[in-house]
Design a protein around this ligand. Structure first.
Ligand SMILES: [Zn+2]
Ligand SMILES: [Zn+2]
Length: 448
């Protein structure tokens, strides 16, 4: 299987580079999704596209009987993250978005792993099904929550995923649940100097809400995060703004806390509208659960990652990684790319991901590999640059190998899957999964 993965490596790089160049944002990943689907169809997968009301989502299936192991493939880029493959900040002409989270590698690496797993199932005559979930709009669009709500994970025995990073690790941590949405205020336009008394400022509504949100911070459970932007602050200062908007996130590890704090924020918005003589409407955008860790699957991923021994960098990749490190305030030694971090389960990542909802519906675990120069943070220009370079390809290749090794072990040792299921049920406890997402359909235009 490793030989097949090695043989596919140049193609993995091509697919990753195509996605990197197209840099399509959430729910607009048309070409990227088709490219991943084509690679899977070509390898004999049956692909169902446009699932769960999302034109760019898909489920690809291969193999039959036995356990169902699912891999996740993300593919969306980030708006405003355009960056050339260079060791200095430089935008790509005519391009606004960029793969600053490396989801081009995520998608391509997963597809490489899935192809290898399918071939292994076939060659060894092992009963089992491998699936790839093409999951759009991870960055704020909560694409996977719609996949979950459509019941697409109901018959899955284990979900394995990975993410580009600056280190290799299969440590399993919890993450933040969140809810996000837009508060749109409507006022009355008027000349700001001749007749301000006839106007009602929608921006006042936004500012009053923001002030109350900042007061709220002191009186919420420890660990709550509240952040906002003024996504529309009006236009010319000599016009009383008739429309203005604030875009909010509330996060906490516990979904119940998120729900409660967000409800208080909604009441603050009503108060802000009342006090400023404006009207407010609320549009939910996203909502995700925190990750439910799984130690049984985490250990399998860790063993596979450790067997691969990290990411081996050639001279060219080392040179580029060093150049990128030269632009960072501080950077760990480059050797970090060739090491695997200590395994642990527990702890909390302050990130949020829609993989959280998946993890409440099927035993789930993930790993990360060093696709970026050690010291690089996600969503940085350095991450975009490395994600379009051989440096990124090497990391994706290491991830594909670890995922394929872990999956084949799980088919061979179904007792591990049973153990993962027991742990999943125990950690989930009696609490019912009730999605934080309050939308009936995906916000397909949220990036427009
Ligand atoms: Zn991201
Ligand atoms: Zn990401």
């Amino acid at each position: 299987m490793h030989a097949a993965l090695d043989a596919y490596a140049p193609r993995l790089a091509e697919v990753a580079d195509d996605l990197w160049r197209w840099a399509e944002v959430g729910y607009r990943e048309t070409r990227s999704s088709q490219r991943l689907q084509a690679e899977l169809r070509d390898a004999g997968f049956e692909v169902e596209a446009g699932v769960a009301g999302m034109p760019t989502a898909f489920v690809a299936r291969a193999g039959r009987g036995g356990p169902v192991i699912a891999l996740l493939a993300e593919m969306d880029a980030l708006p405003g993250a355009s960056q050339a493959v260079a060791a200095e900040p430089r935008r790509v002409d005519g391009q606004a978005a960029g793969h600053a989270c490396g989801h081009n590698l995520f998608g391509a690496g997963t597809v490489a792993a899935a192809r290898a797993i399918r071939q292994w199932l076939l060659d060894t005559g092992t009963p089992g099904e491998v699936r790839v979930y093409g999951a759009p709009a991870e960055e704020g669009g909560a694409g996977k929550v719609y996949l979950v709500r459509a019941g697409l994970f109901d018959d899955v025995d284990a979900v394995l995923h990975w993410h580009p990073a600056d280190a290799n690790s299969a440590a399993q941590s919890a993450s933040m649940a969140n809810v996000s949405g837009r508060f749109r205020f409507e006022g009355v336009a008027s000349h700001a100097s001749i007749s301000p008394e006839r106007g009602r400022s929608a921006l006042d509504g936004v500012e009053a809400l923001n002030h109350m949100a900042n007061l709220l911070r002191e009186h919420v459970p420890e660990g709550t995060r509240i952040h906002y932007t003024i996504s529309d602050g009006g236009g010319a200062p000599n016009v009383v703004p008739a429309a203005a908007e604030a875009y909010y996130y509330v996060r906490h590890p516990d979904p119940a806390v998120v729900r409660e704090v967000f409800a208080r924020l909604q009441r603050a918005a009503e108060g802000a509208a009342l006090g400023t003589g404006t009207r407010v409407s609320y549009t939910p955008v996203g909502g995700v659960y925190g990750l439910l860790p799984n130690d049984a699957l985490g250990r399998v991923l860790d063993a596979a990652l450790r067997a691969g021994g990290g990411v081996a960098l050639g001279a060219e990749e080392q040179g580029f990684a060093r150049a990128l490190q030269g632009t960072l305030e501080r950077a760990p030694p480059l050797a970090q790319a060739g090491a695997v971090a200590d395994y642990a389960v527990g702890g909390l990542s302050h990130a949020s991901t829609d993989v959280g909802d998946v993890s409440w519906n099927a035993p789930t675990a993930g790993l990360s590999t060093a696709t970026w120069a050690p010291g690089t943070s996600a969503h940085s220009w350095q991450a975009t640059a490395a994600s379009g370079h051989a440096l990124g390809h090497r990391g994706a290749q290491a991830a594909a190998r670890a995922l394929a090794d872990a999956a084949t072990r799980l088919y061979r040792e179904p007792a591990l899957l049973a153990q993962a299921r027991r742990e999943f049920e125990q950690r989930r406890g009696a609490a019912a999964y009730r999605p934080l997402l309050e939308r009936d359909s995906p916000p397909l235009d949220y990036r427009d």
